[in-house]
Design a protein around this ligand. Structure first.
Ligand code: 4NP
Length: 160
């Protein structure tokens, strides 16, 4: 499984999602690849936003080694699943799709935890106080992805 996390700048949301997924993959001994990128070019080559790094570190994930890059159509070939943060990322990625196969790979990441609701991960770039909440949303979504992919029955759901 090859997973690409996508946001606008690739310095706040998608690097946190990459770090979270990278840790889950490692913990579960999975042979998966995880990467992230932005639809915009402003921050190419930069490390994650300082508060994104601090937030990730606080919750146990080191993302200081990540560097921003921009999405390109070749990513449709390189990845199986492309998880975007908001509707504008979705539109920016979908417009570059070359086939139905490409389009089928793309989804809003919060559809993992809130199926079919098309909810967006708010952009903490404009409000530093949102980083914790965004991290937790991303953590739940990544955990759900791994659980679903591994076919593990969610014990809470089974009890209901
Ligand atoms: P991100 O946040 O898409 O979560 O990385 C942003 C980072 C930078 C900008 C916008 C959003 N910017 O306009 O530079």
């Amino acid at each position: 499984m090859k997973i690409l996390m996508v946001c606008l700048g690739n310095i706040c949301r998608s690097p946190m999602a990459e770090g979270i997924m990278r840790d889950l993959v490692k913990k579960s001994n999975l042979d998966w690849q995880v990467d992230s990128c932005g639809t915009g070019s402003w921050h190419i080559g930069e490390p994650p936003h300082k508060v994104a790094q601090l937030t990730a570190k606080k919750f146990g994930t080191d993302i200081s080694d990540l560097r921003a890059r921009q999405f390109h159509p070749g990513d449709f070939d390189a990845f199986d699943k492309i998880l975007v943060m908001d509707q504008s990322n979705y539109a920016d990625v979908m417009v570059q799709a070359r086939s139905e196969k490409d389009r089928e790979k793309v989804d809003l990441i919060l559809n993992l935890t809130l199926p079919g609701r098309n909810c967006e991960v708010a952009d903490p770039w404009f409000d530093n106080t949102m980083f914790d909440a965004v991290y937790k949303q991303l953590e739940q979504a990544c955990q759900q992805f791994v659980t679903t992919e591994l076919g593990i029955v969610n014990e809470d759901a089974a009890k209901e």
